[in-house]
Design a protein. Structure first.
Length: 110
């Protein structure tokens, strides 16, 4: 019986064999596998690639906004990548620019 109180597949097969007068069906041997400890390659995107794209954009254009990062570089978390760059020692200044609905950040290299 399984957790729901229902007969398992093999119990049903045995019961069917008994009802039909047939021989019991031999159950297959369980498959055992040995797990090998192997290094696993990371699957997450490499943020260094995004950081390099941002630095190149800043060097070529002088500044970047979140909208430019999304449209030009397909980077959707610019502020997080800017923080990563600052943590690595890059001097990046944030300029808050007003617009109709408030302000947005424009980042420049010092």
């Amino acid at each position: 019986m399984n957790d729901n109180g229902q007969p398992s597949f093999w119990e049903l097969v045995d019961e069917l064999g008994e009802l039909t007068g047939g021989d019991k069906i031999k159950r297959p041997e369980p498959i055992t596998t040995k797990l090998v400890d192997a290094p696993v390659a990371p699957r997450e995107p490499n943020p260094d690639t995004q950081q390099e794209k941002i630095l190149t954009f800043l060097q070529n254009h002088g500044s970047i906004t979140s909208l430019e990062a999304m449209q030009e570089l397909r980077i959707y978390r610019l502020s997080a990548r800017i923080k990563d760059l600052r943590d690595k020692g890059w001097r990046i200044t944030t300029h808050n620019e007003p617009h109709a609905r408030g302000t947005h950040a424009r980042y420049t290299l010092d």
